[in-house]
Design a protein around this ligand. Structure first.
Ligand code: C2E
Ligand code: SIN
Ligand code: SIN
Ligand code: FE
Ligand code: FE
Length: 392
């Protein structure tokens, strides 16, 4: 970890290294996670969040809090919270987005009454956490576009909460300037992927988008749990999650080759139709042919194996558990879970309890028991994902 020494001055080489790293991250959530982690590490700050701009609002988009992580099981579900604040001068984040100027506050509970903004203490109240000092920096691209704001909370010096320094402010500003471009790029990647999927599924675009956003998020949360249990390194986990979310979102792009009459049939498929439907795995894998990048390889693997079953009764190749790659097994469960709890043209949604019983009973048959165990470990996070990306 590059920033354990206390920072007397900005280390340019490190900063350039970080910019370089940011430019290699493809997934928007991985990117926000990385930026926030890095800013907090430099300031030794307990907590932080990132708000991204959507039109004239800021959308709460990412949060980290070391104190609450230790206190709450599955704190991660909070990263799927979604609320918005208007861009105006009444809130701290809104003020910074509106003015484009950084704001360093030593005690949010003692803000001078002469300024227009005030601290909203409802999050502190809700989570029983005490915010003291806060550094809020705009995320601005070179074209002077406000992408959002990054907010860092409670820096520590020898275990005590202290105030932010000018060096902190300079560092986070530098990071924010470089992060903005990477954020815009990653947002565009996410949008292009969603468009590809809409074309592939030729369905109600909103429904499809929500489904793949959920499957992507479920997959990385299940993976995270498995990887933690297996003792994988933080670096491996971070890299894998970056690619896994995107590849999992693309699991069904092969449906682009399936005719509308089969895909949208508002009834059960007959045997012949289902045979045709099953070709979506191979068609999907073919789309990533060439396999130049790790992301292509993972996307091929997932498209090809997400309908294989642990007991060897799946398709297209009837592979048994040991031969099915872990990402394929994870997406298999994420996909079925989402298919069952949702309404589809051909089926009603199932009550949650039935879905959970089904998954339990298919452990060792359709699903890998290790994946099922991780699924139940993170089930409350998966429910938060469902709230973040609702249908319709
Ligand atoms: P999908 O809708 O994303 O469903 C993914 C998987 O969830 C299914 O893979 C299946 O394993 C599971 N699943 C979905 N609904 C049910 C259900 O009612 N009961 C059970 N036990 N499992 C369920 P599968 O079967 O290989 O289907 C792949 C894709 O084929 C589906 O993706 C869907 O697009 C299409 N499909 C399957 N059956 C039908 C159907 O009867 N009518 C139509 N229109 N499409 C179907
Ligand atoms: C604000 O910046 O005022 C809203 C977020 C917060 O209070 O932490
Ligand atoms: C479906 O036909 O909806 C999926 C196949 C199954 O029910 O197992
Ligand atoms: Fe599929
Ligand atoms: Fe699916």
């Amino acid at each position: 970890m590059p920033y354990n020494k206390s920072p007397e001055c900005l280390d340019l080489e490190n900063l350039l290294g970080i910019t370089e790293e940011l430019n290699h991250i493809k997934d928007i959530d991985s990117l926000l996670d990385h930026i926030l982690h890095n800013a907090r590490q430099f300031c030794k700050a307990e907590a932080g969040s990132i708000f991204l701009r959507e039109k004239d609002h800021l959308v709460f988009s990412y949060v980290q809090n070391d104190v609450l992580v230790k206190r709450e099981k599955n704190y991660n579900k909070r990263i799927y919270d979604k609320f918005t604040i208007p861009i105006n001068r009444e809130s701290i984040a809104g003020y910074v987005a509106d003015t484009g100027k950084p704001l360093k506050i030593d005690d949010v509970y003692a803000i001078d009454s002469s300024v227009p903004y005030s601290f909203n203490g409802s999050f502190d109240e809700m989570s029983n956490y005490k915010t003291v000092s806060m550094l809020t920096i705009p995320l601005i691209t070179s074209r002077d576009n406000i992408t959002g704001v990054i907010q860092i909370i409670n820096p520590k010096l020898e275990n005590n909460v202290t105030v932010f320094t000018d060096i902190h402010c300079q560092y986070v500003t530098f990071l924010a300037n470089n992060a903005s471009v990477a954020i815009e790029r990653a947002q565009m990647t996410r949008e292009i992927i969603l468009r590809m999927i809409r074309m592939a599924e030729l369905r109600d675009p909103k429904e499809t988008g929500a489904h793949v956003n959920r499957v992507g998020a479920y997959s990385i949360e299940i993976y995270d749990r498995i990887a933690q249990k297996r003792g994988e390194s933080a670096e491996t986990i971070r890299r894998t999650k970056d690619h896994l979310r995107i590849a999992a979102m693309l699991h069904d792009v092969g449906k682009v080759a399936i005719s509308d009459t089969i895909l949208k049939k508002p009834a059960r498929l007959n045997e012949e139709e289902f045979k045709i439907m099953q070709t979506h795995c191979v068609s999907g894998a073919d789309l990533f042919e060439g396999n130049v990048s790790d992301l292509d390889k993972l996307s091929t693997q997932i498209a090809l194996t997400h309908h294989e079953k642990y007991d060897g009764s799946g398709y297209p190749n009837g592979l048994e558990g040991k031969l099915i790659p872990l990402p394929g097994k994870i997406v298999a469960l994420a996909d079925v879970y989402d298919a069952l709890i949702s309404k589809r043209v051909y089926k009603e949604e199932w009550p949650e309890e039935e879905v959970l019983n089904h998954i339990k009973s298919e452990s060792g048959k359709h699903f890998d028991p290790e994946v099922v165990e991780a699924f139940f470990d993170v089930h409350d996070i998966l429910k938060a994902v469902g709230k973040r990306y609702p249908d319709k």
